[in-house]
Design a protein around this ligand. Structure first.
Ligand code: PLP
Length: 282
């Protein structure tokens, strides 16, 4: 069932407001939360990021208590039908108004939530992906998890047309991230990733991986690095709610390191596996 603005709909029932600013302007925000073993993973972290995105866009959203309550109803509905690991999709738009560019003052936010099965990407995590380089032409507030995803979908489309699995984005020769995941490069035993500025999404998995790396004694460098540096890296990997920790074994037709999944990414994957297990049982 899909929860839209207080009403439950079946997947094939229309639940669209034509003048919702989400459709007309992408004027809204979203989160994708992992459901492992029937439980939300890192729920509070997603709520904190959602609230930040809302604040940045002066968007009024339901309280955390309200959102949590609805999310648990969605989860209960999901669990009646499925037992697979899943994702919860949550979207809040500025609401319905006559089409105008400035933010209307009298709208009510429209909340959409649903859960769908989503298996863990076991194969990709084990074998790695092939990636291509694509120009990062997205806007300059990638730290806001907004509904405007055309830049990212276009980049992913270009990667698909190049015959690879993922796009690694770069802005003027500086690597930013992937289309729906953050990027890490391993060089000489250190992990490098773009700093959490306006040019990337501040990934929750990114932060978890940085913490895990520190626990494992692997140095982390949050500084910008070039396309050339990524091409010379020993290992590359992406992180995200759905991709977890997935190695990139080929970049722009050239093997990354020796072209095999590296040892640091393996150690992080093991640590992440334990983290999920602890969170599952907590
Ligand atoms: N970067 C972008 C552009 C994303 O869209 C996402 C997730 O959707 C991420 C990074 C990873 O963020 P998280 O680990 O919070 O899922």
């Amino acid at each position: 069932m899909y929860y839209v603005d207080g009403v439950w709909y079946k997947p094939d029932e229309p639940a669209i407001f034509p003048e919702d600013r989400g459709y007309q302007f992408g004027d809204g925000i979203y989160e994708v939360v992992r459901i492992y073993n029937g439980r939300f993973y890192q729920w509070d972290e997603h709520m904190v990021r959602l609230e930040r995105s809302a604040k940045e866009l002066s968007l009024t959203i339901p309280t955390r208590t309200e959102l949590t309550e609805i999310a648990h109803k969605v989860l209960r509905q999901y669990s009646l039908q499925f037992s697979e690991d899943a994702i919860l999709y949550m979207q809040i738009t500025r609401g319905v108004s006559e089409r105008q560019f400035t933010f209307p003052s009298n709208t009510r936010p429209i909340l959409t939530m649903y859960a769908v099965p989503k298996l863990r990407p076991i194969q990709q995590m084990q074998n790695g992906l092939r990636a291509g380089l694509v120009d990062d032409i997205r806007w300059l507030r990638c730290d806001i998890k907004s509904l405007n995803l055309l830049g990212a979908t276009w980049a992913k489309q270009q990667a698909t047309e190049q015959g690879v699995d993922e796009a690694i984005l770069h802005r003027n020769g500086t690597i930013t991230e992937a289309t729906s995941a953050n990027l890490f490069a391993v060089k000489d035993g250190k992990i490098h990733t773009h700093p959490a500025t306006n040019l990337i999404l501040h990934g929750i998995t990114r932060r978890t991986v940085i913490q895990l790396a520190k626990t494992l004694g692997i140095p982390v460098v949050e500084e910008v690095f070039s396309v050339n540096f990524a091409q010379m890296a020993d290992e590359l990997f992406i992180t995200g709610t759905t991709s977890e920790i997935t190695p990139i074994i080929e970049l722009q037709g050239t093997p990354v390191g020796d072209g095999k999944v590296g040892t640091i990414v393996r150690r992080l994957q093991e640590a992440f596996e334990q983290h999920i297990a602890i969170d599952r049982n907590s």
